[in-house]
Ligand binder design. Sequence first.
Ligand code: TEU
Length: 564
Amino acid sequence: MQNPWWHRAVVYQIYPRSFADADGDGMGDLRGILAHLDHLAGLGVDVIWLSPVYPSPQDDNGYDISDYQDIDPVFGDLAGFDELLAGVHARGMKLIMDLVVNHSSDEHPWFAESRSSKDNPKRDWYWWRPAREGMEPGAPGAEPTNWGAAFGGPAWEYDPVTGEYYLHLFSRKQPDLNWENPEVREAVYAMMNWWLDRGVDGFRMDVINYISKDTTLPDGPVRPGIAYGDGSASYMNGPRIHEFLHEMHERVFAGRSQELLTVGEMPGVTIDEAKLFTDPARGEVDMVFQFDHVWVDRGEDPWLLYPLRLTDLKAILGRWQAGLAENGWNSLYWNNHDQPRVVSRFGDDSPQYRVRSAQMLGAVLHLHRGTPYVYQGEELGMTNAPFATIADFRDIEALGQYVQAVDQEGRSPEDVLKVLRARGRDNARTPMQWDASPYAGFTTGTPWLAVNPNHTQVNAEAAVEDPDSVYHFYRKLIALRHEEPAVVYGDFTMLLPHDERLYAFTRTHGDTSLLVIGNFTGESVRAEIDDAAAWQAAELLLTNAAAPEDLVLQPWQAVIYRRI
Ligand code: TEU
């Protein structure tokens, strides 16, 4: 089979709410995106992934959809969407939509019907269950299972209309759709076909490995100090997940002549599962987002910060590289709208090393085998934000988890805040920093989430003007992927797996070998690798500091050498 186009592609994620506001209401919109398409074309990305722009009560910033076939007035309308799509295509890029079909909004007409009576034809479109046996419906602890929801509290909401509970793995305004029901699946496929017919180029599929549940819904294990049970064994990679995704592929993607891209977001996916999901012969999805590497600094206690161990990060990413080497395909990411900013997390966001460490992280990621994703502002080296108190956060996850941890589990507010400051999703959601003006060129109104004060230094205008910026380094990384087949196809070999300071590997394709080294420290470090002299003499394709001597890397330096 011919290699698919997306092996060579780089994807850029836009979180529309925080990207660019054209109408001054403090929230980003489609016209704002349209006005900045040249920034993306200049960077050289191939695909844009739009986080949800559909009508939504915005309980989870659009990941709670009340109409799958329209645009929220906050963002624009369908005509504006078509214009944006045409603008993307005119610049030779593609656009993929966010597909959020594990759950809908509780304000979706489907759910309104489902909740209305036990014999409504759509009753079974969601997961309704009676109270735990022998318990009073609605009483504390009477939920059908002990599961906790991702955003705090129980995963079941009591609905007095019919005296039963509905399942919501995320907020109570995000009821889970019942994929066991074939009508649900048909409705989703019809909607997907409608968007593809409109010209979109594929989908990023939200928590798509949660759609098949163990229908017996057993209680989950409870960890000490945590208020609710963990139900994930009953819905992560559930019993019918491969069947559902294959069916979706058949009903939506197979037989289309467009060049499409599908990527499944899959928390908890294993390498063995990912091989199945991404094996082209099985017809499921093109690639998945796995979470192992962004969970590297998580431990037993959710409210403790664990420092990065570089050897762990290398072991995880190395395993994924090896696991999908023969069949299947990796997606590569440090950042998205759910993750803290990588330069603050794994780099050094102080003025001295922010640019250099952001560049090093970019080089290490983009030189792996797989399709890299750039999250808005990552190409500027945007950092975490200075959240002072819980009142500064807007994210339903931060606010909900805070309440559960502090009020129900008795944690100290300071401990919880410390973790939210480091890991909270709002770090990724502060407005895009376009220039040094008061609201960073994001809006003329009042931004829905405070602009990071460092926008006076960290912004697109300054970065585009500065040849040594993170932006231009990312531009070169993307160009390198387009020009050098070894970046796309080369075999991956991890070097120095036990080294806590350097991340080093080779990529080999035919006669071409690349050596990549990233220094994850603020000190100079010499790379003790085999063949060091030959590499030192090889062509230095890209670096973010002076060319090393004797393979001694400066603080946070990255090097990419090529030998033919
Ligand atoms: O996220 C799914 C997910 O598992 C996590 O990344 C999530 O952000 C949370 O940290 C779990 O505790 C997806 C979307 O990317 C996220 O923005 C949505 O909030 C979520 O699904 C629900 O749609």
